[in-house]
Ligand binder design. Structure first.
Ligand code: NIG
Ligand code: FE
Length: 411
């Protein structure tokens, strides 16, 4: 992608002789430029294109030059769906599931999400940050520099605030961009057992306004499922989110087809997530609304869903597909976004190119950040990773463990 506006002043830095997977939409496979050049000024991409076309004026006496020798540059990776902040773990539930207990039955018995709620409430902010720090470090080792983190294991105003503050503190400490999502509608807390509507009243009247007042959430999420919240309950929450100007997203159709994808689109959701059981009409609604499908192969593999999400239908209808770890202690104890990309290919039959777009361009769209991040195009932020690989398809080919050599991300 070349800027139309020929640059005249020199760049701060130029990367040349690299393969550049711009991941720009409609720019051919991977938006790839072999023997490319990328010029950066003031933390922004000034120019990207073929090395042979690099305007000479971009290289001045103080321009730092980086020689690629065949290495590749991609956008930094974006994990657009995680529950990275939590107390304890659920290895015992994993064992029980392998012995025959389903995810839903553990949840109905007060285990599942509620067991993590107990462990999370018992931890303070600092303890939550410390527990999440190594998980974040593992994501970053894959080249991740933007992470969405949800609340939803506190389920009281105080503990939800603590989770969101811990998420923000984590981002500051690691110097990476954290986008927080309020997921108070994750499960009905024990204090409201059998009174889900009263809990939703509390979410709408007290929790959401307090969290919005502290500016602690960039979006609002909910779990639409028979073991969680009904369509009318989610409508009330989303109406309130809209009144506060907060974008929404939804855990939809993960265990059953509850028409969750369509519900998300009625609110112009940034994304609908999971989607194993989404019907063709749900896919069509997503296409019409421009809602991104966030696919979570770690949860699919761990929960043992009977069918994968309708990837062919998303593709046919032009619905953007993001891929994320869903890192959480119950359904997806996965801290590698590259492994998620690999699993999306192996389990969902996404192509390696779709998987890489899923952890860059489409993940940026799913977070409402596409104007700044996700592709390497003039005007966007200079946020990219350098890889010692022969082709960008290798990123989804290796089953995790392939770290970038360097990452540039001015936060
Ligand atoms: O994304 N579906 C609901 N929420 C999480 C699981 C949370 C948990 O089991 O702790 C998910 O899969
Ligand atoms: Fe999730």
């Amino acid at each position: 992608m070349r800027s139309d506006d020929p640059a005249t002043a020199p760049a701060d830095a130029v990367w040349q002789g690299f393969g550049i997977a711009t991941m720009a939409a409609g720019a051919g496979p991977y938006g790839a430029i072999e023997n490319g050049a990328l010029a950066v000024r003031d933390g922004r991409i000034l120019w990207a294109g073929s090395r042979a076309d690099l305007p000479p004026a971009l290289i001045g006496p103080r321009t730092a030059l980086h020689e690629g020798a065949g290495r590749w540059i991609t956008p930094t990776l974006i994990d657009c769906h995680t529950h990275l902040v939590f107390g304890g773990n659920r290895a015992a539930e994993f064992e029980a599931r392998l012995a025959g207990e389903s995810y839903e039955s553990a949840a109905r018995k007060g285990g599942g999400i509620l067991s993590t709620v107990r462990a999370t409430r018992a931890a303070g902010e600092e303890e939550l940050v410390e527990a999440a720090r190594p998980r974040l470090a593992r994501l970053m080792a894959d080249g991740v520099r933007v992470v969405e983190i949800k609340s939803g294991y506190g389920l009281t105003l105080e503990s939800e605030l603590t989770m969101l503050r811990a998420a923000r503190a984590l981002g500051r400490a690691a110097n990476i961009e954290v986008r927080t999502t309020f997921l108070g509608a994750h499960a009905v807390p024990p204090e409201f057992a059998g009174r889900a509507d009263a809990y939703v009243d509390h979410l709408v009247a007290d929790m959401l306004p307090a969290i919005a007042a502290e500016n602690l959430a960039d979006a609002v999420d909910a779990f639409a499922e028979s073991i969680a919240f009904s369509t009318p309950q989610i409508r009330r929450l989303f109406d309130a989110a809209q009144r506060l100007g907060l974008p929404v997203k939804l855990h939809a159709d993960q265990l059953t087809d509850g028409d969750g994808a369509r519900l998300a689109t009625e609110y112009g959701a940034l994304s609908a997530d999971h989607l194993e059981y989404t019907s063709e009409s749900g896919v069509e609604a997503m296409a019409a609304a421009g809602t991104v499908a966030v696919l979570l192969p770690g949860a699919y593999a761990t929960v043992g869903a009977a069918q994968p999400p309708p990837v062919a239908a998303f593709r046919a209808h032009g619905v953007g597909m993001a891929v994320a770890t869903d890192c959480n202690p119950g359904s997806s104890p996965l801290c590698s976004l590259l492994m998620a990309a690999n699993l999306a290919c192996a389990l969902f039959r996404m192509t390696p190119e779709e998987a890489l777009a899923g952890v860059t361009r489409e993940a940026a769209r799913a977070l409402g950040l596409a104007g700044r991040l996700g592709t390497l195009e003039a005007g966007k932020e200079a946020s990219f990773a350098v890889w010692r690989i022969g082709h960008p398809r290798e990123l989804a080919y290796w089953m995790g463990g392939l770290g970038p050599e360097a990452v540039l991300h001015a936060k």
